[in-house]
Design a protein around this ligand. Structure first.
Ligand SMILES: [Zn+2]
Length: 302
């Protein structure tokens, strides 16, 4: 093969190579992006999902958008290690791979799996109702998965029992949803149009990671919630100069990170638009450490 043809072949292979197994066993606390995209079809970005690793164990999973099931496997995620799963809201790009994750989960884990989601409103059911519509053994879409809601385990599948908590997104203060073995997780309602949505803050070993999820960035109380986080993951969902009733403009993303005084901003949930102008707009408000998120990207927090 001529050298130029060999280089071209290598270039074709590189994107595939980047999607092979890629663990994040670095340091006592690290965060790995399982899905760095939003709802748009994308060759390289799965929809929203994040894994927080503590002592090389996959401890906290935030969201499970389309494609994240495969990424969980590529990241060597272990269901048995999870202390909890947090779901931010019920748009498909944040939750559609949850049935895939849970279907054979009883083979990997016997302990009930704590899972947290938002309260409901006119735009979406509360998280418990949502799970019932999916998994109820008589009326759910996936009747064979009744065991996740307490039905008797079937012979072909079923899923590990879920320990479900619902957080009131209208509550003025953050809610502690997990506090055990030196790992604390709080959840806080944020504005995302009509959609009831939660941000999560995970604190362990003296460091914090905040997962902003989709939001307009217009609730000043979120600044307090994210205050001083070592890592803040914000969603860069709309292009430079755009306005949107669901998502923060790039400048607002930067302003939130600056006002919260975070140590490191990662932008994720990246939409299909020119990134350079969006990042330039973001940087008019924020000049600290910045990473553009990618699937399976690993960031050492401590
Ligand atoms: Zn989204």
């Amino acid at each position: 093969m001529k050298r130029s043809a060999a280089i071209a072949a290598l270039a074709l292979l590189l994107p595939l190579a980047s999607a092979t197994a890629q663990t994040c066993d670095v340091g006592p606390v690290a965060v790995q992006i399982l899905g760095s995209g939003g709802p748009a079809i994308n060759r390289f970005r799965s929809s929203s999902s994040y894994l927080l690793r503590v002592d090389n164990q996959s401890k906290v999973l935030i969201d499970m958008g389309g494609g994240a099931f495969g990424r969980f496997g590529q990241a060597d995620g272990k269901l048995a290690d999870l202390a909890m799963v947090g779901i931010s809201h019920l748009h498909p790009d944040h939750v559609s791979d949850l049935p895939a994750l849970l279907w054979l989960s009883h083979n990997a884990r016997k302990e009930p799996l704590p899972i947290v989601g938002p309260s409901g409103n006119d735009a979406a059911p509360d998280f418990k109702t949502f799970l019932g519509r999916l998994f109820d053994e008589k009326t759910g879409a996936f009747q064979a998965m009744g065991p996740v809601l307490g039905a008797k385990q079937g012979s072909t599948g079923g899923g590990v029992p879920l320990d479900v908590s619902v957080v009131d997104v209208t509550k003025a203060e953050a809610t502690t949803v997990h506090d055990k073995d030196g790992l604390t997780v709080t959840a806080f309602g944020i504005p995302h149009g009509p959609m009831a949505t939660l941000a999560y803050r995970v604190t362990t070993k003296g460091v914090s990671v905040v997962f902003s999820s989709d939001q307009t960035g217009t609730n000043p109380k979120f600044i307090d919630f994210a205050k001083g986080a070592n890592v803040l993951i914000m969603h860069l969902a709309i292009p430079a100069g755009a306005k949107n009733p669901l998502h923060a403009a790039p400048e607002v993303v930067g302003r939130v990170a600056k006002e919260a005084g975070v140590g490191h901003l990662i932008v994720s949930h990246v939409g299909p638009f020119p990134l350079d102008p969006a990042i330039a707009e973001l940087k008019t408000a924020y000049s600290g450490p910045l990473t553009i998120g990618a699937d399976l990207q690993c960031t050492v927090v401590k």
